[in-house]
Design a binder for this molecule. Structure first.
Ligand code: IPT
Length: 969
């Protein structure tokens, strides 16, 4: 069929009328920010008259919208957001896009007063999604695409005392096909709009070359500038011409010690402040080295996201991200998957974060075409100019940031010839930084091998240089010689990510595996209000025809930037100092920094017995260079005499002085190790004889039904006995991505096996001299595999004791259990939990590094982790004892016998937790439900990546579990 001519926004030219790209800079030149409320009109289709561009157009009937913002985040006034991960929201027919193409027309009038007539003036847009056409005073300036890239137009000739700016924005354009990132579709003018004076003799562009020779300790500075001018760095006594180079002793820049020198570039027409950081990035021996040292990326992938404003971020939000990252030991950011607002990069220079600056390119949706990647723009020479334009605009804009150590071309766009062209463009312009593009798996063009989501085994193989060819990957010599990092790993969706510790061990063991970037920084949950309650919405909640549900809620921080347990765990796993005790009486302190010694930290110790501090002091730690380890003796304090309690040493490393990002005293690392084990007290909860009557069995404080179901303990009524249960409401990481999205009521293995609907068939109730022994067969309808379960109840002075024995019968091969323990329904008047065990946060077998043994107290409500998509959460690990009490202090005490247990307390059942789709679906019921578990299965990162490592899997096997209950009057 003959095809129509592509419309203007469907052509492949990236822009028209634009000025050449240049470095982002502040300066003394006059500038006026046009961020304000602009006149706005939204049309449903692209085919609307552009008469509004005329200065005389009457826009009185138009509404107003803030600039910068996204028009579909204005309370539904101008459409709603939509979320798809890989899929395009319309038929894939590049470069054509639907006629139904939301089109926003903007008008803004401004006076510039006594604006200088001298020199020239430019109009700058820092980000418009996805295509714009711009007029000033009725004169067409040009068009642009490249949503997260700047464009500048020369407006010298068009500028008048009173100006009318008109901008047309189409949500969809040819460019959409190369902006298919996994995020909400959010159109509009979403970054700053500025008018900038360019005096005669002002800087057209400048390039700061700032390197460091770690052998001589000298930095070399050269600033190229058009036009020529002078470079002043008073602190270093530098006053030299641009284009000249100087080498002199300096302190280097690193993410750990971000030493910046303030300078100035002075031309006849402009003064531009410089922030110079001396560092040199090389690849040597398959390792990325900065200033001569291997760096280990303890990174995150950061999308720009604010729950109310989408990708229109203010400076406070950018700073909040940087502060949170620094306070959680993160040292690197991949700007997934587009260049961020330039201010964010200034913050990275200043606060110290290694940056992988990524181009605005993703064409992932072509992977779903037939055949896969059919017509992918990345392999089509017609798209070369558009794609190279994106690389060029990123590099030119961001080239002067010392924090940027790697250029990344983009994400998930398959492979093709244009990757070669983009790489070559960078090589011709900036040889100081290696180039990354994950899908160039064979490192045909780029310098780094960085395949995402590889499991531990595969990472180990790379570390050991024993990787082999795979169907999609040919291990060439070039590939083998490249350094490796995981540009994405540890999918932080919901509860998780699990397995971070084992990754970190590999990164530390093998020089070539240089760390990774957790996917991802923040949950992209959008607030939605219903019946006076607010919750975070995700894909599908705005009526999208196709969507990917909550796959966009996979961050280390919740949408409101509150740290999730995943962030707390990550901070611990990557902490800069590792404090352990590897030999009796000795504390080992390992400096994990790549550059800095430990002088920035103070060390303190405390001795805790039964969760109480019994002695504390300062720990003297000698000088420890980066990468080195020392051993110091444990302090001479003696564990407290009460041998019925355990004692622990806790050693903490805190900031000795305030830094830009945290106060003095901020804890960066800690270690806990046993000082003394408690002498086991024999909790002889026996001796009381059961009394059998017609309608019940009484045993000490407890009553049972004639068939052995626990009915009460003291005054506390127990609902549903204390039954064996093995199910948990699947976490996002308990499912595979593809299984998960069938209809949001996934049929994964655990529910298929009926773990959530076990039948408890009584086998025998035996009342002996001192025990009630209940045997049951626990199995799911239609299944023949059984958990043969015996509850042995005894009572004595210490309380009511349960000895549970579970034996799997039948074929359980290939199955793991979600958890294993007993569930008790208790009165809803119970409200608080105090426990001695790991805490304060939730912990699972592969997410438990951040949990420290201590005495904690939380309300049941505060024990819940508010994952955007409700799921298993809140389990406290290694609990020795817990008190669950109401406001009057009465309640139930539970003590582990001969072992620790995991504890969750909730106001809803596990089935209700499973069925909930948003936080507001969780409504307190008539009971508090306690799960007391021998253990849980690990969490893993199966949502995108490997599942639970074998050592963290809960396999069905013979299990014994003992707890003692006591009512608290
Ligand atoms: C990978 C994407 O690069 C990233 O944008 C995000 O979608 C992530 O997955 C999952 O949340 S691609 C994936 C199919 C491996």
């Amino acid at each position: 069929m003959p095809r129509r001519q592509p419309l203007e926004h469907e052509t492949l030219q990236p822009w028209t009328g634009a000025l050449p790209p240049r470095a982002w800079q502040e300066s003394d030149a006059v500038r006026v920010l046009l961020n304000d409320n602009w006149k706005f009109r939204l049309s449903a289709t692209a085919a609307v008259s552009d008469a509004f561009a005329a200065s005389t157009f009457d826009d009185k009937s138009w509404d107003k919208i803030p600039v910068p913002s996204h028009w579909n985040l204005q309370d539904g006034k101008y459409g709603l957001p939509a979320y798809q991960n890989i899929k395009f929201p319309f038929p894939v027919d590049a470069p054509y896009v639907p006629a139904e193409n939301p089109t926003g027309d903007y008008r803004y009038e401004f006076d510039l007063g006594s604006w200088s007539k001298e020199g020239s003036t430019v109009l700058r847009f820092d980000g418009v999604e996805s295509w714009c056409k711009v007029w000033l005073n009725g004169v067409l300036l040009g068009t642009s695409s490249g949503s997260r890239l700047p464009v500048e137009f020369d407006i010298t000739k068009t500028l008048a005392p009173h100006n009318v700016l008109a901008v047309r924005v189409h949500q969809w354009s040819a460019a959409t096909y190369i902006e298919d990132q996994d995020q909400w579709w959010l159109p509009g003018i979403f970054r700053d709009v500025t008018v900038i004076h360019r005096p005669v003799g002002s800087v057209k562009d400048h390039f700061v070359h700032q390197s460091y020779d770690h052998v001589s300790g000298a930095g070399t500075l050269k600033v190229d500038c058009d036009p020529a001018g002078r470079v002043l760095v008073p602190e270093l006594g530098i006053d030299m011409a641009t284009g000249e180079s100087i080498t002199l002793p300096v302190e280097p820049w690193s993410a750990e010690v971000p030493r910046l020198y303030e300078g100035e570039l002075v031309t006849s027409g402009e003064r531009v402040p410089l922030k110079i950081g001396f560092r040199t990035v090389v690849i040597e021996d398959k390792v990325i080295k900065v200033n001569g040292r291997r760096v280990l990326f303890r990174g995150v992938n950061r999308h720009e996201f604010h729950p109310d404003h989408g990708r229109a971020l203010d400076n406070e939000t950018m700073l909040a991200d940087v502060l949170l990252m620094k306070r959680h030991n993160i040292n690197a950011v991949r700007t997934s998957h587009y260049p961020p607002h330039p201010h964010f990069l200034d913050l990275c220079d200043l606060y110290g974060l290694w940056v992988v600056d990524e181009g605005d390119m993703e064409s992932h949706g072509f992977e779903l075409c037939t055949p896969k990647w059919n017509n992918n723009p990345i392999d089509d020479p017609d798209w070369e100019a558009a794609l190279v334009n994106r690389t060029e605009r990123m590099v030119e804009r961001d080239k002067n940031h010392p924090s940027i150590v790697i250029w990344s071309l983009g994400n998930e766009a398959g492979m093709g010839c244009n990757i070669g062209a983009m790489t070559q463009w960078i090589r011709d312009r900036d040889t100081s930084r290696p180039i990354h593009y994950e899908r160039d798996l064979e490192t045909k063009y780029v310098d780094i091998y960085s395949e995402m989501y590889l499991d531990h085994q595969a990472v180990e193989a790379i570390g050991k240089d024993i990787e082999t060819d795979r169907a999609d990957l040919k291990v060439s010599q070039r590939h083998r010689d490249a350094p490796y990092f995981l540009c994405e790993y540890a999918h932080a969706m919901g509860n998780g990510p699990g397995g971070l510790t084992e990754y970190m061990e590999l990164f530390e063991k093998h020089p070539r595996t240089q760390g990774g970037f957790v996917w991802e920084w923040i949950d992209h949950g959008m607030p939605k209000r219903e019946n006076g309650q607010t919750y975070y919405a995700y894909g599908g909640d705005f009526g999208e025809e196709i969507h990917d549900a909550n796959f966009c809620c996979d961050g280390l921080v919740f949408p409101d930037r509150k740290p999730s347990p995943g962030l707390i765990e990550y901070a611990k796993v990557i902490e800069p100092v590792v404090i352990t005790s590897e030999a009796e009486g000795k504390i080992t302190i390992r400096n994990r920094n790549d550059f800095a010694d430990l002088s920035a930290y103070s060390f303190t110790w405390r001795l805790e017995t039964g969760g109480k501090v019994v002695a504390e002091g300062k720990l003297e730690v000698p000088h420890v260079a980066a990468g080195e380890t020392v051993t110091v003796p444990v302090p001479s304090a003696q564990p407290a005499a009460d041998a019925s309690e355990e004692s622990f040493w806790v050693v903490s490393a805190t900031l000795a002085k305030p830094t830009l990002w945290a106060d003095a005293g901020h804890e960066v690392a800690w270690g806990q190790f046993a000082a003394a084990k408690a002498v086991a007290v024999s909790a002889t909860s026996t001796g009381t004889s059961p009394i059998v009557t017609e309608d019940k069995i009484t045993l000490g404080p407890a009553t049972f039904s004639p068939n052995g179901t626990l009915l009460s303990i003291g005054d506390l009524a127990v609902t549903d006995g204390a039954q064996l249960q093995v199910y948990r409401a699947e976490t996002d990481n308990d499912w595979r991505y593809d299984e998960r999205f069938v209809d949001l009521t996934p049929g994964g293995a655990w529910r298929r096996e009926g773990f959530n609907r076990l039948h408890h068939e009584p086998e025998a109730v035996e009342v002996t001299e001192d025990a009630v022994v209940v045997s049951t067969r626990v199995a799911a309808a239609s299944h023949d595999r059984t958990l043969a379960t015996t509850y042995r109840w005894t009572a004595g002075p210490h309380g009511l004791r349960l000895d549970l024995t579970v034996d799997p019968e039948g074929d359980w091969s290939g199955l793991v259990l979600p958890r294993l323990g007993v569930t008790l329904g208790l009165p809803k008047s119970l409200a608080n939990v105090e426990w001695y065990g790991a805490g304060p946060g939730e912990a699972y077998p592969d997410t438990c590094r951040a949990a420290k043994v201590g005495k904690y107290a939380l309300s049941i409500d505060d024990m819940q982790t508010p994952y955007v998509f409700p799921q298993e959460n809140g389990s406290r690990m290694d609990v020795r004892w817990a008190h669950v009490t109401g406001s009057d202090g009465s309640g139930l005490s539970v003590r582990g016998e001969g072992g620790v247990f995991a504890l969750t307390a909730r106001r809803w059942t596990t089935e209700q937790l499973y069925a909930a789709r948003h936080t507001i679906d969780l409504v307190p019921g008539p009971n508090v439900w306690l799960d007391l578990d021998v253990g849980h299965n690990g969490v893993g990162t199966l949502a995108c990546g490997p599942g639970v490592l074998p050592q963290h899997q809960l396999l069905p096997k013979h299990t014994e579990f003992s707890v003692v209950f006591k009512s608290i009057p």
